[in-house]
Design a protein around this ligand. Structure first.
Ligand code: COA
Length: 135
């Protein structure tokens, strides 16, 4: 992750990423192609914004081969099994990821200015199956 955008542009270090991966509030998942890690996803299943996709990344050599889509299928299945929203943030400069999410049914619900790094905005997005409380 530290070797690719958006983490490079946002100057997020290996140490900061490792800290996230060790934080028990998050679940980390990997997509394996044999022994090789083809992709990774980190989600938050507790607390504010339950069902939050904190990070997803596919290894360079595995991109555009539907690994990201398979990871998202898994994450959405995991979250929608008990909750009605998947939330995520995408950096405003990350057009590829933004389009990837829009095609999967995510919609912008806000813009968080200077959230992760000074001068960069995060687009807050949501995919929903409906209101949390239903009659
Ligand atoms: C965003 C990301 C996870 C997508 O993963 P991926 O495995 O490459 O995506 P998929 O192969 O499942 O692609 C799904 C669709 O998007 C299209 N797509 C993916 N990357 C694309 C690109 N760079 N340009 C154009 N289309 C692209 C695919 O062609 C595919 O379309 P199809 O379903 O019509 O065939 C991957 O590009 C990535 O890891 N990016 C760097 C990290 C990142 O930005 N993470 C998101 C942080 S919020």
């Amino acid at each position: 992750m530290a070797g690719t955008d958006p983490w490079i542009t946002l100057q997020i270090t290996v140490g900061q990423i490792e800290e996230t991966l060790r934080d028990p509030i998050y679940e980390s998942w990997v997509a394996l192609a044999g022994e090789e890690i083809a992709g990774v996803a980190v989600i938050q299943m507790k607390g504010a914004c339950t069902g939050y996709l904190k990070s997803i990344a596919v290894s360079d050599q595995w991109r555009k081969k539907h690994v990201g889509s398979q990871i998202m299928d898994f994450i959405e299945q995991r979250i929608f099994a008990g909750h009605s929203n998947v939330f995520l943030c995408v950096s405003s400069f990350n057009e590829v990821a933004k389009q990837f999410y829009v095609r999967r049914g995510y919609r912008e619900i806000g813009v968080i200015r200077n959230y992760l790094a000074e001068g960069y905005d995060e687009i807050f997005m949501r995919k929903t199956t409906g209101p949390v409380f239903r009659n």
